[in-house]
Design a protein around this ligand. Structure first.
Ligand SMILES: CC(C)(COP(=O)(O)OP(=O)(O)OC[C@H]1O[C@@H](n2cnc3c(N)ncnc32)[C@H](O)[C@@H]1OP(=O)(O)O)[C@@H](O)C(=O)NCCC(=O)NCCS
Length: 313
């Protein structure tokens, strides 16, 4: 690692140096489909980058620019505001000295602080330095686009890589059907009913945890404008971290977004837990008729279970 390298935020005043390094990178033929003619004016280039997320590396003795790294938004859609694409270019005579590594390390930290949750990189399969650099910082290969586009009349493949921020320690996501077994095991460990659970039900389950390991789950079954909240479970080792509350908050927001107005549930053990979250006791018979026919209502939960309801609007 070269000690005489400073990394700082680049500004419009750095454009000529950025441009020169970019042009040299383009001419290797291994960096991008863009040609030198595609390089826009400096202000246009900066306007396409996320504010404050273009970093430069300079030699601390000579102040000469050694390289730069930047992030561009991948979409104008608000929902994708935390997704960016990375570019990193190091001057030919500064390569292999750790400059790319310094830039990428600081860019990932700055991106995380700016609320970016995923960064994409598209790299030619022959650009071994770039593939290695990105792998070193936790980018994973998603796959290879075959014959993505032509470079001077020749079709070229492109490797797609992705980095994810680990800022959210317990992310809650819609379950996938291959998480069925893990969800069922969690429910069984918590003594909750599973007899009616099928893999397709995972389409209506939220889970917290990595691919094969589910730390918490919650499900719903829709009946018109109402839904039955079912199968809230948090693994014993994860209890006491407010994960149960987060799962309920998430489920409520998720079903409200789908036009559901009331949530119903049956519980034998957690009445006060749900009461603190705004659920009130209700007669089983007042639940929507179709819901009363649901397996959980009809067969799985004992008649002594408490029936509770929450209005979401
Ligand atoms: C890709 C690039 C940015 C890497 O920058 P760099 O400053 O040379 O990278 P570093 O010195 O930090 O090295 C990063 C890692 O890549 C490895 N590496 C460097 N050159 C390599 C090569 N030719 N083949 C395989 N690995 C290589 C290094 O050993 C290091 O890994 P390590 O720390 O495990 O040893 C630089 O080569 C470059 O600017 N290329 C031209 C522009 C370009 O292709 N940009 C990327 C577009 S996708």
């Amino acid at each position: 690692m070269d000690k005489h390298v400073d990394v700082a935020v680049a500004t419009a005043a750095d454009w000529e140096a950025i441009r020169a390094i970019y042009a040299a990178g383009i001419e290797t033929g291994e960096a991008t489909f863009n040609t030198v003619d595609d390089i826009p004016a400096g202000e246009v280039w900066f306007a396409g980058k996320l504010a404050g997320l273009t970093l430069k590396a300079v030699d601390s003795h000579t102040q000469k620019m050694l390289g730069w790294a930047t992030l561009s938004a991948v979409s104008k859609r608000r929902v994708y505001r935390g997704i960016a694409e990375v570019s990193v270019y190091v001057a030919a005579d500064a390569q292999g000295r750790g400059v790319g590594s310094r830039l990428l390390a600081q860019l990932l930290t700055a991106a995380q602080q700016a609320g970016i949750w995923t960064i994409e990189a598209r790299i030619f399969p022959t650009n071994h330095a770039s593939l290695r650099l990105h792998e070193k910082f936790g980018f994973v290969r998603l796959g290879t686009h075959q014959r993505r586009a032509q470079q001077y009349g020749v079709w070229r493949d492109v490797v797609s890589m992705e980095w994810r921020s680990d800022d959210e320690p317990f992310p809650i996501a819609l379950a996938t059907r291959d998480q069925f077994t893990a969800v069922r095991e969690l429910l069984q460990a918590c003594d909750l009913p599973t007899a009616d659970l099928v893999p397709a039900a995972m389409d209506r389950f939220l889970v917290c945890g990595a691919a094969g390991q589910v730390d918490g789950c919650i499900g719903f079954e829709r009946y018109g404008n109402s839904a039955l909240l079912r199968s809230l479970a948090v693994a014993p080792a994860m209890q006491g971290n407010k994960l149960g509350s987060r799962l309920i908050d998430c489920l409520e927001a998720f079903v409200r977004g789908r036009g559901i107005e009331q949530l119903w549930l049956l519980t034998t053990t957690a009445e006060s837990f749900f009461a603190r979250r705004g659920y009130v006791g209700a007669a089983r018979e007042s639940a929507p008729e179709a819901m009363q026919g649901a397996a959980e209502f009809a067969d799985l939960c004992p008649s002594t279970a408490h029936c509770m309801r929450k209005m979401l609007y």
